[in-house]
Design a protein around this ligand. Sequence first.
Ligand code: NAD
Ligand code: MG
Length: 390
Amino acid sequence: MTKRVSILGSTGSIGESTLDLVRRAGEGDIQIVSLTANSNAEKLAAQAIEFGAEFVALSDSANSDVLKSALEGTKTKVGIGPEALVEAASRETDFCMAAIIGAAGLEPTLAAVDQGIHVGLANKECLVCAGDLFMQRVKRKGATLLPVDSEHNAIFQVLERDKPEGVRRLILTASGGPFRDASMDKLRQVSRKDALNHPVWSMGAKISIDSATLMNKGLELIEASYIFDRPSSEIDVVVHPQSIIHSMVEYIDGSVLAQLGSPDMRTPIAYAMGWPDRMAAPVERLDLTKMSGLTFFNPDTEKFPALRLAREALEAGGKAPCVLNAANEIAVAAFLQNQIKFLDIPRIVESALEQHAARSCFKNAPCVVGDILATDEAARATAHEHIVSL
Ligand code: NAD
Ligand code: MG
């Protein structure tokens, strides 16, 4: 039977890897329903034509004419603006890949969840800014959340989800990013180019910077807490530079179960898109005999305060993770535009958390999307003010 698939953020790194698997699937196995992008109209149009998409949505209206003229005479319908992304996610599908970057993906991803379908979640920021609401919605609508982030996908594969009492802790692995062994002096002078150059994974710009600051692991800690319903105290992070073990679950009898594989996102994407069956992925097969060694050590939260900030935000609860995420998005964007220094990123996040903790009670978790978007906007404004004052 043909599987109907939509991809939110199809022009990005995860989106393109998903389409690579679709391209290699058997004739008639997968039909692309919707594809979406922020502003890259040319790439979106080319994807729509190659895959015969039913609907495409472009968030930023600036390039709408380019998209419309490229798709004139085809069967693909075009939508423009953020509402069109929600429409794209609402079209009837079996599987939706949520691969937009940042809190901008929240409303479209919730629209996919509302269909009660299988949702592959790469867009971790949705869970960081709206964890409780998001997981309640998944439950209420009968959707199946399939984590695509490699760590969460690993845990999903080895976790006995129906026997939570047997689990002692989750262990997230971290590559440590490009500055794992860098001195504080080096960190002070990090350039945009250095920070974008991840040693193991090839990813979009924002997540590459998050990996360099270790905020990515912080966001993943929060993501894991919501997906697997575990408190911060039951989730550890260990640096594992080779990125071969993608994460682990420790059980109360002392067993530790891990999922291993080459560092290629097409494995977790194939797992999510194929679930509950296995789908072939053209990734390098793991040859343990060719490995020189697997190493593990504790993360340095003095050098990389972002991980500590994320843990504190998770423990504070309520709006704190939303503030953390929004301030981080603004700080990372400013760093990518060479407006601030690398070490300013966690400083901006910390000061936004402090200011919002003073202003509002973090314990009052936002419970409707409007509250979350208002908190997100206010935290962005705080981070902007900080950047302007530097
Ligand atoms: P990317 O920057 O390569 O692509 C992002 C996609 O989202 C693009 O299609 C872009 O057009 C769209 N987009 C960006 N801003 C938008 C906006 N404001 N409104 C609507 N659409 C917008 O990002 P990526 O590396 O593919 O990451 C996507 C998500 O997956 C992120 O949440 C990231 O943390 C997560 N993730 C990525 C990887 C990876 O290897 N790239 C691994 C694990 C998790
Ligand atoms: Mg990850």
